[in-house]
Design a binder for this molecule. Sequence first.
Ligand code: GLY
Length: 394
Amino acid sequence: MTRSQHTTYFLSDGPALHRPAYQSALERCLDRLVGLRSIAGLRNPKIGQPGHRWSYCDGPDWVMGFLPGQLWLASQLTGDPAFATACRARRPQFRAVLDSRRARDHDLGFMFSLSAVAEFLSTGDGVARAMGIEAARALIGRFREEGQYLQAWNPVGPHDRAQARFANGRMIADTIQNLALLHWAHRETGVSDFREVADLHEDSSLRHLIRADDTTFHTFLFDPSTGEPLRGETHQGYADDSCWARGQAWLIHGFANCYRLTGRAASLDAACRLAAKAEALMGDAAVPVWDYALPADGSHPVDSSAAAITAAGVLMLADLAPKPEAARWRSFGHRLLDGLLATCDLTQTPGAEGLLAHGAGHVPAGRSDAMLPYGDYYFIEALMRAQGHRDFFW
Ligand code: GLY
C-alpha cells in the first residue's frame, strides 16, 4: 500500500474541519500498520519494550482487541483486503476468550467491539455477529443486582482469598467503555436486558464514581452481599482520593458515547463536566501527567494514552454538544492531538513498531513510559474524528 493510495479516504464532512497535519499523521499511522501487519503476524501487542518494540499478549488479555481495532479502521479507510484478512485470522483467539470462564470479565466490550462487532459491521459476517452477541450475554451475566453494577474483575480460584476480597463487589471507571457492546447487542437483537444493564451500570457510574468537584474515583466498592455502597478506592492511580488521568479519560469518552447511543441528558452533562475538569487540571501541559493529583512539572510520567482517549472523547463531544460548546471541545481535542504530535509521535521514528511513546500502563506496578496498544488505537480514532469521521465500532 503506497501513501498515495491512502490519500482519498479522509474527507467525510466538508473541508472546514480538515487539518493537513492530522491527515499526514493518519497516513503515517496507516503506513506503520502495514509494516506491523507482517512483524506481528497473528500476535497482539501488549506493551512497548525498549527500542519501541512490542511485547505481545500470551493468551487472552484485555488489550488483545486494540490492534484488530486499528486494522479494521485501516481496512475501512483504505479498502486494502489484507487488513481484514489479518483480523479474521485472529478469530480463534477471540473464540478462546468466550470459551474460558477466567478470561470472560468486564473487558469483553473492549475485546469484542473491536473484533467481532467490527467484523460484522464491516462485512456482515454472521459468525462474527453471533460471537459479539455471545460476548454481550456473558457481559450482562456480571451484573450485580444488589448494587446495580457490572463487577469488573474475577476472583481467580478457591485459594486466593485476597483476590476474591479485592474483586468481589468492585466496579471501576474503565467498564463504561464496555457498555457500547451491550447497546449494539440491544439494537441487533431487541433484547431489552442488554440496554437495561448498560443504563443501570451507567447510572451507578454517575452516582458513585464522580466526586462533587468532577474528579473521579478509579474504582468503587460495594458490600458484595448486600450491595451497600462503601467507598471509592484507586487501583492504578496515585491515591484513593486522587484522579487517575486514564480513568477520567475512560469516563469522558464513555459518557459521551453513552449519550450518543441513548440521548440521555445526564450522560452528556457528565462527559462535559469531566472534560472541563481534565482541561483545567492539565494546566499548560502538552500531555496529561498520569494522575492529575500530581504536579505536571516534568517530575512525573505523563500518559499519552490518557491524552489520546480524552482527545477521541472530546472530539466526539464536539459532534454532539450544542454549537457554542462544540467549538470548545473541538479546540481541546486539537490541543491534545497537537501535544501528542509534538511530544509522543513515533510515526517518524525509524524502527519504532507503535505510534505513540510515553504511555503510563500501571505506574504503581512499575509500568510507565511505554508504547500502549490502546493509546495507539485511540490516537487513530481521535485523528479520524478530527478529520470528520463518525463511524466507529462502539
Ligand atoms: N483498563 C485498564 C487500564 O486502563 O489500564
